[in-house]
Design a protein around this ligand. Sequence first.
Ligand code: ADP
Ligand code: MG
Length: 706
Amino acid sequence: MQPGNSQLLDMGIEYLKGVGPSRGEMLRKELGIHNFGDLLMQFPFRYVDKTEFHRIGELMPDSGTVQLKGILRRLTVQGEGRKQRLSGVLRDASGSIELVWFKGVHWLQKNLEVGKEYVVYGKITDFRNSLNISHPEMEAADTRNTEEALTFAPVYPSTEKLNTRGLDNKVRRRLIQTIFEKLTPADVPEMIPEYIRQKLRLLGRFDALKIIHFPPDAEQLKAARNRLKFEELFLLQMRLLQLKKRRKGAIIGYPFPTIGDYFNTFYQEKLPFELTGAQKRVLREIRQDLGRPIQMNRLLQGDVGSGKTMVALMSMLMAIDNGFQACILAPTEILAQQHYEGISEYVEGLGLTIGYLSGNVRGKKRKLLLEQLAAGEIHILVGTHAVLEPPVVFQNLGLAIVDEQHRFGVMQRAKLWKKNTPYPPHILVMTATPIPRTLAMTLYGDLDVSVIDELPPGRKAIETLHKTEHQRRRVIGFMKEQIALGRQIYVVFPLIEESEKLDLQALEAGYEVLLLDFPQPQFQISVVHGRMKSDVKDFEMQRFKTGVTQIMVATTVIEVGVNVPNASVMVIENTERFGLSQLHQLRGRVGRGADQSYCILMSGFKLSNESRERIATMVRTNNGFEIAEADLRLRGPGNIEGTEQSGILNLRIADLAQDGRILQTAREIAHRILDDDPQLEKEHHRPLGAFLDKHYKHLKGWSRIS
Ligand code: ADP
Ligand code: MG
């Protein structure tokens, strides 16, 4: 088979010299490498400076990945059958170290030669107080390619299987070299338009690929990485924005042209406060969407306490004014009830009927509710997941709102679409988990996003303090003062599933200890945790809410949305065990009333650097977006709450925590190109269009929010 050169990158990987059918199969299965192009597009994840050798005598348990040069002194097979292992000793002038292999024993035994000098490369591990390297890369010192030895050597992602089946890093580099022997710039289509490349001073695609695999020096490597990062983010943004533009025309929705009586009366007579500028802006954005005959799919981000509920309610009034029903879903019964009570109170006197539905609404009550709903007698339905179930039928659902969207699964949200025919309801998804801008641009790049970035006026910033165990007495004293002032206090314990039992014990023990300082009957303490029956939990919540109890000892079940304005102190135990976004969510439970609020972060004295930085971030700022940025920096994009289900963060080379500027540029340029040439028909955009069609067709948008 002799394909034209332009298709070289599309050739099946098994046709590459040195691969063949069985290795080809392995590369496909293990690494998703199907053709030459795929092999080139998997970049080294790091480079080692192969000009340096470590001295064996100076190695430490934390030396990491090292390069050694020494004589192989011994090679012995230990154990039997499947438990067999090969053990060798490498010695240089300064000392010796053990090398071990658990796989490929026979092959290695045949091919390695005792008494010969080797260059050995691998990661130091500390096993029972002695250092060794398992599965090191071995290269005879005399046959070593000196040219390669002088440069940065790339290290590719691999798997155990590939390594033991002879497809290690060395072989991988050779295969890539083989491709480059044939490859010319004509084989590597350049998709970034020339005028953009010039403006941003980006390397050409062929050069960048060559350099990333065979970097001559650090500077050129940086330029190559920069070009490939831009390429990755730019193509992604192009595709996401294409999808967004396309979808905005595609899905029909009911237009709500009228701002009618309900909205106006509410606005003029019922609204208990002046809307913040951000609330007004977001309402305008929503109103614009709802005015068009296109389905709205909008994400509303707003920090805890920023007033999302009011935006939700007023959006629902727009639907009702146009003769439609609306619903709002919350992830827990407590939250749903809170919304029900809050909304009922807000709209009192407007003549609206508000329904409530959860799994606990049963029997006659449920039957009646469902009848009213189907007959269009209920204007707003507030509820939990129960609303999604098939028997729940609306007469005409015009707007569905989902609060705290990350608590709902994708499948559950998809059910919302079917709650109305022929056109789906407009959808507004609200989240209090701020997502860093870079992440939002990527994760929700094909959606419309509104942000409430302003808190209602008059809020006192929550004062956050970090205290260690030996300051406990002072903390107790402070709690007593606050209770004497009539305030209420949350004491929060971590509850993480792996150690659920232990955590529960810690919570119970914590409760017992608190009882010593806050004895009954003078003080009353509620306890709430996830293992409780929900009616017991609700009862305890209610006692706290109504002020019967002064202290609530709880796990993170209170994290989302619980609203007790009189609770102005939160003490968090074992703070080091919470993630940043969780801490931020928890802290949002206080600072809801007029009083100065406090959040006290208790921790042990010894802390890891990461915990220390997390706590310092909490003490420094109340701003959810700033906290989200810090979280992204500390933990990387894959761990940010709300992003787990997304495959999007498997970027090849770009890093959302670090490459925000590149992303911003990529998105702006993508916007400009699509505004100027939506179909990518202009001569200088055609290669880009063709590339997107060929390689990005599969990408449908990760994040249909509902
Ligand atoms: P969240 O965005 O966390 O859901 P809420 O909607 O629960 O926030 O609002 C938090 C509190 O702020 C509520 O008590 C609400 O009545 C109040 N609030 C909302 N908007 C305003 C505003 N513009 N001015 C004053 N208070 C407001
Ligand atoms: Mg809320």
